[in-house]
Design a protein around this ligand. Structure first.
Ligand code: 13P
Ligand code: SF4
Length: 369
């Protein structure tokens, strides 16, 4: 199979620290049913032949989610993707998601080959937090503990004390606050403000945002709630505060799945990327899932919330990288060593939490040697 060439769309975004107002994304076409079946077969064979495993995010195409699970890989949130990639024995990881996910996998497993369906699949949070400007922000607040969201470049991670994802940010910031830390947070302003409200921690926030979750609108969501009075509302904390305020459950992609399973309701309104609907519907066949209303500016489809960069991952690209070994993720080894420190802290903290051990003991008291 030759190189895969797709049409490109313009993606508008405004991020205070980013001089450009535009990015771009490739749009893979849907394969025909015959091509789709052939591509899946080919990928199954190649995964075995190349000692490879698929690590997919909940927002990528349903085919890439199902194929990952069916072939012994994983579909998960960004935290579990990192852990799974690090712990799996396969020599090659096929990371379907966006660039920071492939970089995190490579940082955690420098000896493995990490391939991505499309290396240009980026994230507005990563784009909106350039390393130079971020370093200047850190320099301006030397007394603060730097807590960085996973959706960032390796260079930004290398400057951080702690890494967090949306599934562990609350626990880690709460533990830091309990030990006297004042926090510098980057890059998502909505997630940062949510953590600040919930923990009462002293935080200064970088003003980045996710172009997908920033689109959700509270006024329209309230109207939709009235139309569906028995529905519970599930919200990813990258959404604006007014939308979070209407939620019955707020959390990471995994937390949203858990809440949909545990909450006793026939209907759910979901404020996160529409890629989540696949798993939500598959795991909860008796329940109805409705997409939360957006401002209608999505680059991928006018009335839905779908990340244009997650949408760049396709079956054809996965087959192509497995065939040819192209699209390998590289991270400078020295940078990688530094970026690994905050990632390892996060993984140790969350492993302790999961095992019921006192995770707070892993956080040093401020001022302690
Ligand atoms: P999760 O950590 O919840 O999987 O989210 C990653 C992401 O990019 C959300 O937009
Ligand atoms: Fe980034 Fe938002 Fe896309 Fe997640 S959904 S990868 S935060 S742009």
């Amino acid at each position: 199979m030759g190189a895969v060439i797709y049409p490109v769309i313009d993606v508008e975004f405004e991020q205070p620290a980013c001089p450009t107002r535009h990015a771009w994304a490739r749009v893979p076409p849907e394969p025909s049913p015959v091509d789709r079946a052939a591509l899946k077969d080919r990928i199954r064979q190649l995964l075995k032949a190349r000692n490879s495993v698929m690590v997919s995010h909940y927002y990528v195409h349903p085919d890439l989610q199902d194929l990952a699970e069916e072939t012994g890989g994983i579909v998960s949130d960004s935290l579990e993707m990192a852990r799974f990639g690090r712990d799996h024995a396969a020599q090659t990881l096929i990371v379907s998601g966006v660039r920071f996910m492939g970089e995190t996998a490579k940082i955690l497993s420098p000896e493995k080959r990490v391939l991505m369906p499309d290396l240009d699949a980026t994230c507005s949070l990563d784009l909106g937090c350039p390393n130079e400007e971020f370093s200047a922000f850190c320099d301006a607040h030397p007394d603060r503990t730097v807590v960085v969201y996973a959706n960032t470049s390796a260079a930004v991670k290398a400057r951080a004390d702690w890494l967090v994802t949306s599934s562990c940010a609350l626990d880690i910031v709460r533990a830091l606050k309990d030990k006297g830390h004042r926090i510098l947070w980057a890059p998502d302003k909505h997630l940062g403000a949510y953590i600040q409200r919930e923990t009462g921690a002293d935080m200064v926030l970088w003003q980045g945002s996710c172009i997908v979750h920033d689109e959700f609108k509270a006024f329209e969501l309230e109207a939709l709630k009235k139309e569906h009075p028995r529905a519970k509302v599930l919200v990813h904390p990258e959404s604006p505060a007014e939308v979070v305020a209407l939620a019955d459950a707020v959390g990471s992609t995994s937390a949203i799945l858990k809440a949909a399973h545990e909450l006793d309701a026939p209907e759910f309104i979901v404020a996160t990327d529409s890629g989540m609907m696949h798993k939500l519907r598959a795991l909860n066949p008796g329940k109805t899932f409705i997409e939360a209303p957006t401002a209608g500016n999505s680059a991928t489809c006018k009335s839905c919330a779908h990340c244009p960069w997650m949408a760049m991952n396709s079956l054809a690209c996965v087959a192509h990288v497995l065939e040819t070994g192209v699209n390998e993720v590289h991270v400078d080894p020295a940078l990688s060593l530094r970026a690994r420190v905050p990632i390892d802290r996060m993984l140790a903290f969350t492993a302790a939490l999961k095992a019921g051990r006192p995770a707070g003991a892993l956080v040093p008291r401020i001022g302690a040697a």
